[in-house]
Design a protein around this ligand. Structure first.
Ligand SMILES: Cc1ncc(COP(=O)(O)O)c(C=O)c1O
Length: 468
């Protein structure tokens, strides 16, 4: 992604706020000081401060200048640290139906889709490679593959993971039927029923379902606008409750699209080490970055096998491939046995398919196009919601991934909102599907995985205007 001149000073301020060197209410350097220190123009400095205000880091005080915002601290006071027992499963089917994008055709726009739309999926490429594989491998594809997965595939993944700085030897990787299976295996080998697991709030429904099926209790850790998973909050929870695992998506969390800054990833790892709590790290969106550099993982810092990292090709290629992986750290032996008992080995043709993708430039070329496409669509939806929704609507600002998290002002007529969505044929995901306690009543997730047309933008505008 393009870098802006104002980042010369905004990145310094951001980092100081994240590390708590600058605290709520602290005065920030004046335009004149920044101009002198960095040689930037007044308009660039102004753009920088606008950007920091938009991200919730700073606020402007008339005649005084800029100070560090207290937004983060206020959010923290508002939460309580309740532990939620097993999920009530009565609305499981309802949630499955509202989170499964293909069940219904939305004529206005499918902004509910959590998987790449048909238009963006590399269909031709996948089918061409599959035909090639069938010709080349023939009957070999009909046998069992090694239960941990093809050696070649694990080696390719290991090399790929090394590109963003994490060391994961191929022998420590298990090929799985997708990210959700990796999560299931990770939780099942670490926990027993009734254990308490720290999870993100909001949290995607599929993760909550796995936790619920394993009979686990959860404690919600807020995902903050600027820093993602709130490590201070987690630390205070760890002091008072016996947390057995931490489930986190540090890069482009679903539904908020927010990522943890590097310093926060390190902090999270330090807390996990201090309390000896395994981190189950979901990196399913890590390749969907809009910036210039692929973000790192918490695994990058792990030297004691405490981080179990997993991912899949469901969000970057196609969910129907059912191809994921897990690097279970110190839990490898137990995870390997459980993986075996869950289904012997993963489909051979799909493994060969991904081998071909990763051993040529095809996957990276596809990703370059894909990221650009997602970034453009994110900008279009953001602009439309910002312009036409009620003034106090809060939105996340994703730097990658596929979703925007929106909060309508308290008191918004949500019945009218969803009626309008229905009338215009636009599907958003209701906020309440992202928690076990039906929180987030005024939130909704808008995804940009499907092709957004002029009509969709027009309908978003009409929906916004209908609740103003
Ligand atoms: C956070 C998260 N984990 C896992 C999944 C499912 O991934 P997979 O299809 O690889 O099992 C999804 C998508 O639905 C998801 O958003």
């Amino acid at each position: 992604m393009k870098t802006y001149r104002h980042q010369l000073f905004t990145s310094v301020i951001e980092e100081k706020i994240i590390k708590n060197i600058l605290k709520a209410g602290d005065k920030l350097p004046s335009v004149r000081t920044i101009r002198r220190d960095y040689g930037l123009s007044v308009s660039t400095i102004q753009k920088g401060y606008d950007y920091l205000s938009f991200k919730g880091f700073v606020k402007s005080i008339p005649r005084k200048g800029y100070i560090v915002s207290d937004e983060l601290q206020q959010d923290k006071k508002a939460e309580d640290k309740s532990i939620v027992p097993f999920s009530v499963d009565s609305d499981f089917r309802h949630k499955v139906s509202i989170t499964s994008s293909r069940k219904q055709k939305f004529l206005g726009g499918n902004l509910n889709a959590a998987i790449p739309g048909d238009y963006i999926m590399p269909q031709k490429l996948v089918l061409k490679i599959m035909q090639q594989i069938i010709r080349e491998k023939g009957a070999a594809l009909l046998r069992y593959y090694p239960s941990n997965g093809s050696v070649e595939l694990r080696e390719l993944l290991s090399k790929r993971i090394a590109r963003h700085g994490a060391f994961v030897p191929s022998e420590e990787i298990l090929i799985t039927d997708g990210a959700l299976q990796s999560l299931y295996i990770s939780l099942a080998v670490i926990t027993k029923p009734n254990d308490i697991v720290a999870v993100e709030s909001p949290c995607v429904f599929s993760i909550l379902e796995v936790l619920s099926n394993l009979g686990l209790r959860t404690v919600d850790i807020p995902v903050r606008h600027t820093i993602g998973f709130d490590t201070d909050y987690l630390e205070s929870v760890c002091k008072s409750s016996p947390i057995k695992a931490i489930v986190v998506t540090p890069n482009f969390h679903n539904p908020t699209g927010i990522s943890m800054p590097e310093a926060k990833k390190k902090e999270l790892y330090a807390i996990a080490c201090q309390y000896d709590i395994p981190i189950i790290e979901n990196d399913i969106y890590g390749d969907l970055y809009f910036g210039a550099i692929r973000p790192s993982t918490i695994r990058n810092y792990d030297d004691r096998g405490l981080v179990l990292t997993y991912s899949s090709f469901s969000k970057t290629v196609a969910p129907g491939l059912r191809l994921g992986w897990l690097s279970p750290g110190r839990y490898f032996s137990a995870a390997e046995r459980l993986k075996f008992s869950l289904g012997r080995s993963v489909s051979a043709i799909n493994q060969e398919m991904v081998i071909k993708l990763l051993s040529s430039v095809a996957y990276d070329r596809h990703l370059r196009f894909f990221r650009r496409y997602l970034q453009l669509q994110a900008a279009e939806i953001t602009e439309q919601i910002r312009t036409f929704f009620p003034e106090k609507t809060l939105m996340s600002t994703p730097d990658g991934g596929f979703s925007l998290w929106n909060q309508l002002p308290q008191g918004t007529d949500m019945v009218q909102f969803f009626k309008s969505c229905n009338d215009f044929g636009v599907s958003f995901t209701p906020g309440k599907t992202f928690s076990l306690t039906n929180a987030f009543d005024f939130h909704f997730r808008a995804t940009f995985f499907e092709n957004i047309t002029i009509n969709t933008l027009h309908f978003i505008r009409e929906i916004g205007l209908s609740i103003r």
